[in-house]
Ligand binder design. Sequence first.
Ligand SMILES: Nc1ncnc2c1ncn2[C@@H]1O[C@H](COP(=O)(O)OP(=O)(O)OP(=O)(O)O)[C@@H](O)[C@H]1O
Ligand SMILES: [Mg+2]
Length: 341
Amino acid sequence: MSAAPTRPAPGPSSPVLSVRDLQVHFRIPASPWPWVPPNTLRAVNGISLELAAGETLGVVGESGCGKSTLARALINLVPRTSGEVVWMGKPLEPGDSRGWHDLRQHVQMIFQDPLASLNPRWTVEQIIAEPLHLHRPQLGAAAIREQVHEMMRRVGLRTDMLNRYPHEFSGGQCQRIGIARALVLRPRVVICDEPVSALDVSIQAQIVGLLRELQAELDLTLIFIAHDLAVVRHLCDRVLVLYLGQMMELGPCREVFAQPAHPYTRALISAIPVPDPEVERQRRPELLGGDLPSPLALPSGCPLHTRCPQAEARCASETPRAQAVDTSGLHLSSCWKSAHA
Ligand SMILES: Nc1ncnc2c1ncn2[C@@H]1O[C@H](COP(=O)(O)OP(=O)(O)OP(=O)(O)O)[C@@H](O)[C@H]1O
Ligand SMILES: [Mg+2]
């Protein structure tokens, strides 16, 4: 394996991919009952973000907060409602099918359920070769096969497995196949949508280790979506905390985990179990009250105000903007109580 390239400092110094004020809303069709009107589900609400070359950005938040929708909108797998996606300095319009086709060579995805994300009727070779047939058909069969072999070796699969089908593999091996398929085009950015949450704990560590190795070897920029904050802390340079499709906090992992600025981030971090049973017993997690509101009826003002232990009157009427809480300007929080730059 080649030496790891120098990692850039976390932060948006040289963005490869950025979004500005991204909104993704789903129109929920009218129900069979005429008195129930069609509704709009606001899955992503005004996310702005710059992804620096070589960094690993973690994306965390409760189930349904819009992590996958954000990831899919970045590569136009779901259409955005408004906002801008910029790839290497070039804004991509929703209808620019050529531009999105090109972007898909450079930005690939790894999915949560490894088996479900692989075509059950295709052999491993067909699955891994598909992106090459789609984007580099001029290569020819022998060169494609050679690249498939090389990718299999890199992800730790034996090349004598080429003619087997996905159901013949374990979850961890299926995820290795998914990783090989995502990396065979040598993309610059890989979006990992909960790539280990469906796997056994021991296998999770192997897959996270493999992703780290491949990131260094192939100079990848990663977006790592996860429920498990401990993995994000271990793996990521920066972390984006989402709640009801909005950014609560964004900043270098080290700072966010050491000094979470937003009450929501504090609640998430304080819920991470501590390995020491004695410490765990005495711990008092910062709890949020109530239930997660529906994205069909977002609360006014700060989306967290219905559950936030520190909410005050203005939180229900005014939406706090993300502001820097450190002097570098890299650590942002969308709570006015945390603004102390
Ligand atoms: N195609 C769709 N049509 C309608 N609503 C959708 C669609 N896709 C997602 N949603 C809704 O958008 C919201 C955000 O969903 P999303 O899958 O992005 O959340 P998530 O953070 O990835 O959740 P999880 O952690 O469970 O994967 C949810 O309320 C979900 O039901
Ligand atoms: Mg998801």
